[in-house]
Design a protein around this ligand. Structure first.
Ligand code: ZN
Length: 252
């Protein structure tokens, strides 16, 4: 699946793919800008293709490709595009070439299909971020206090501890973010929910703010990235909020 393509030597592109067999792959694709190039569709963001690569001295070379699924709908809707781009940026910035994250490829494709159909791209994007953290072995601990191990529902999220701490432990744990019992339960539900059923999940605005903040803090601390695409999604939310409460923003 194509994550991003950058201009490279005139009409060429340096393309980052996430592949089932080899994880993150960087490959040079030549002659993309030329009329009739068979590789042009393949280097579009999110495109799913079968790739034929030749090993080069530096990066591999993309010699041929068979497009499988274009995910064209994602490129027609700004919110969906921006949320799908969060997933691409997350993978690109937190995996190394050749690194295969177990389960990621087979999560990514259904995720993009669900993103094409959803009315709530932001919610789906959070579900993906949670799944990605889980697959990377870095999921936030939300069902017990990370210090005393007591079972809790809600508490104070402390980035350095990677999870919630209870009321007894929080005075000594450092600065944190309040996560209400309802928001904590919603995250647990999001993890269990099938992607195509997330549209039905209730999400009051205060839960949404807590969940967005927790994910941003956790990803920044544990994966050491602050996502540009994530900030773009946020700015879309501020820019225009449709009356039905969903955050789908159609391009003209
Ligand atoms: Zn505790």
């Amino acid at each position: 699946m194509t994550l991003v393509a950058r201009t490279f030597r005139g009409s060429g592109r340096m393309v980052s793919f996430y592949t089932r067999e080899r994880g993150l792959v960087e490959a040079a694709a030549r002659g993309i800008g030329k009329p009739g190039s068979s590789l042009a569709a393949v280097v579009e963001p999110f495109a799913l293709s079968k790739l034929f690569l030749a090993e080069g001295k530096g990066a591999d070379r993309l010699t041929q490709a068979e497009p499988i699924e274009s995910f064209y709908e994602l490129r027609r809707d700004m919110s969906r595009y921006a949320c799908a781009a969060v997933a691409c940026e997350l993978i690109l910035r937190t995996t190394e070439p050749g690194q295969v994250v177990p389960g990621l490829f087979d999560t990514l494709v259904p995720y993009l299909r669900a993103m094409e159909a959803t009315q709530r791209p932001q919610l789906l994007s959070w579900a993906f971020e949670l799944a990605y953290l889980q697959m990377s072995g870095l999921a936030p601990v939300l069902d017990r206090c990370v210090i005393c191990e007591a079972e809790i529902v809600g508490g104070t999220y402390i980035p350095a501890h990677g999870g919630l701490v209870c009321g007894d432990c929080s005075p000594d744990a450092g600065a944190g973010r309040h996560i209400s019992p309802g928001a904590a339960r919603t995250i647990v539900t999001m993890r269990r929910f099938q992607l195509d059923r997330l549209d039905r999940l209730g999400m009051p605005e205060d839960y949404a703010a807590q969940i967005a903040g927790l994910l941003r803090d956790h990803i920044r601390y544990h994966l050491d990235v602050s996502l540009k695409a994530d900030r773009f999604v946020e700015s879309l939310g501020r820019w225009r909020k449709p009356p039905d409460g969903s955050d789908s923003t159609k391009e003209p």
